[in-house]
Design a protein around this ligand. Structure first.
Ligand code: NAP
Length: 480
């Protein structure tokens, strides 16, 4: 089957007729092809977006909100089909796609359908000067949205929904590794009544079409989620054109476990925060620090709990972990395991490939626990982005805080303790954009989302996203 670009409300082949193979990670087979789009396709997508902008940016908020709501409802209606497509394209367990990815894609549209009707700006009364200032928040024009493969429709829609809610028109590119649900979204957009050209989806390689979107002189803002290296490159290309940039990048998130926590809840959540989606979530806690007094107990219990996780084909409802997203990614993750000793660790659980009956060529790996002695080791400093975590003990609060902050990343942290004072001291001093206390990945879509240091620039979520996708303009009126 051939996936097509979605430009000006129509499904079209790439003009140069170049294609890229798309793999099913559960069995390693090529099962579709995607457009290897070029500058010419981008030109058409941009033209469609530019033409649609004057009308869409003047469409009432009620109307925009209604269309976004329609999209949300249709995603929910087509949940089984979309979840199956996501599991096949990405390798994630179907149950996860059904319970998290697709419901969240619908929630993204519904959230911004509501948020745009509540979005407001400020006025400043220049007292004594007979003047009043007010701020208009105007859509930017044509914006670019580029998303990664780990949560395909979930993260694609997290960008697109606020961009169009705010009145922009969009050229969007999903990851070439997981294009399928973005392709299926096209039908939904038409059915929901989104005017032609408001959202255009071009598929292909990041290095060609992704790069072309970022380098396009009239695309004035880029919202990007992906790796830190790619983000740095994008920033370099965009900076001379003074583009607005939102960069959501990698993480190497600490999970800090104190002896005074609710142990059972912590253990259950730590298994999840380590291995959900095969560990391929930017928010997974991949450096686990445990207070020394409970270290041995935690180590034993964690291994026992992880050994119960079932690696299986994504379509088996009993699978806890599915396949990794691609062969090159599997090889990258394995290289950290194979070199664990040299990189400062000892594999104490897992580490092996898994062969699944009838899915022998899929990319399956055991959940893996590595014990490390020093936070400065490679395994604790580099993002592995797979089902691999490290564990190590700590002796006191200051020591663990220093280790947690000794990282080039700063996306999220998880803290397990019942001591409120300790919670506040650490939460204030930790260098991350998000801190979860006694929970993990509990998301309220109104909250600012993003990281510090090499984990990114800017915030998404709630009104922050609507602020990103609008330009503030101050208007000062003298009335005397
Ligand atoms: P990636 O390689 O950086 O790719 C992300 C997206 O950028 C893909 O669509 C990719 O296209 C495209 N791209 C690649 N090179 C480009 C270029 N020169 N110009 C423009 N676009 C380009 O990241 P990934 O491997 O897909 O995703 C994993 C990374 O994302 C991890 O580091 C993870 O931590 C991070 N992530 C962060 C968050 C967050 O919210 N902070 C959330 C999820 C994931 P191709 O697919 O064609 O290469």
């Amino acid at each position: 089957m051939k996936i097509k670009n979605y430009i000006n409300g129509e499904f079209v082949n790439p003009i140069l007729d170049n294609w890229i193979d798309n793999y099913n990670p559960s069995n390693g087979e090529i099962y579709s092809q995607i457009p290897n789009s070029s500058d010419i396709d981008l030109k058409n997508a941009f033209k469609a977006a530019k033409n649609a902008f004057p009308k869409w940016s003047e469409t009432t908020l009620e109307k925009r909100s209604q269309i976004l709501s329609n999209i949300a409802h249709l995603i929910t209606e087509k949940l089984p089909e979309l979840a199956a497509a996501e599991a096949k394209d990405n390798g994630k367990p179907l149950e996860l796609a059904k319970s998290i990815d697709i419901p969240r894609a619908a929630a993204n549209f519904q959230f911004f359908a509501n948020a745009i009707t509540q979005f407001a700006s400020e006025t400043h009364d220049s007292v004594g000067l007979n003047a009043i200032n007010f701020t208009l928040r105007q859509p930017i024009g044509v914006v670019g949205c580029i998303s990664p493969w780990n949560l395909p429709l979930y993260l694609f829609t997290w960008k697109i929904a606020p961009a169009i809610a705010a009145g922009n028109c969009v050229v969007a590119k999903p990851s070439e590794i997981t294009p399928m649900t973005a392709f299926l979204l096209g039908e939904i957009l038409n059915e929901a009544g989104l005017p032609k050209g408001v959202l255009n989806i071009v598929h292909g390689s990041g290095k060609t079409i992704g790069q072309a979107i970022v380098a396009h002189s009239e695309i004035k803002a880029i919202s990007f989620t992906g790796g830190t290296q790619t983000g740095a490159h994008i920033a370099k290309v965009a900076a001379p054109m003074f583009k607005k940039l939102s960069l959501e990048l990698g993480g190497k998130n600490p999970a800090i476990i104190f002896a005074d926590c609710n142990y059972d809840e912590m253990l259950e959540a730590t298994v999840r925060s380590s291995f959900a989606n095969q560990g391929q979530i930017c928010l997974c806690g991949s450096r686990i620090f445990i207070e020394a007094s409970i270290y041995q107990k935690f180590k034993t219990d964690f291994i026992t709990a992880v050994s119960k996780l079932k690696v299986g084909n994504p379509f088996d409802s009993t699978s806890d972990l599915g396949a990794l997203v691609s062969k090159p990614h599997l090889e990258k993750v394995r290289s950290y395991i194979d070199n664990a000793a040299q990189y400062g660790g000892k594999v104490i659980f897992g580490g092996n490939l898994v062969s699944i009956h009838n899915f022998e060529s899929g990319y399956y790996l055991e959940p893996t626990i590595i014990e490390v002695k020093d936070n400065s080791c490679v395994l604790n400093q580099e993002e592995i982005f797979g089902p691999v975590v490290t564990i190590m003990p700590f002796n006191n609060e200051n020591e663990v805080l220093a280790m947690a902050n000794d990282s080039s990343y700063g996306l999220s942290a998880t803290l397990w303790t019942n001591d409120l004072k300790k919670t506040m001291r650490i939460s204030k001093q930790i260098h991350t954009g998000i801190v979860w206390v006694n929970t993990w990945l509990l998301r309220d879509l109104r909250t600012p989302f993003g990281g510090v240091k090499n984990s990114g620039v800017g915030r998404e979520g709630g009104l922050e996203a609507l602020r990103f996708f609008t330009e503030p303009k101050n208007i000062c009126i003298k009335y005397n």
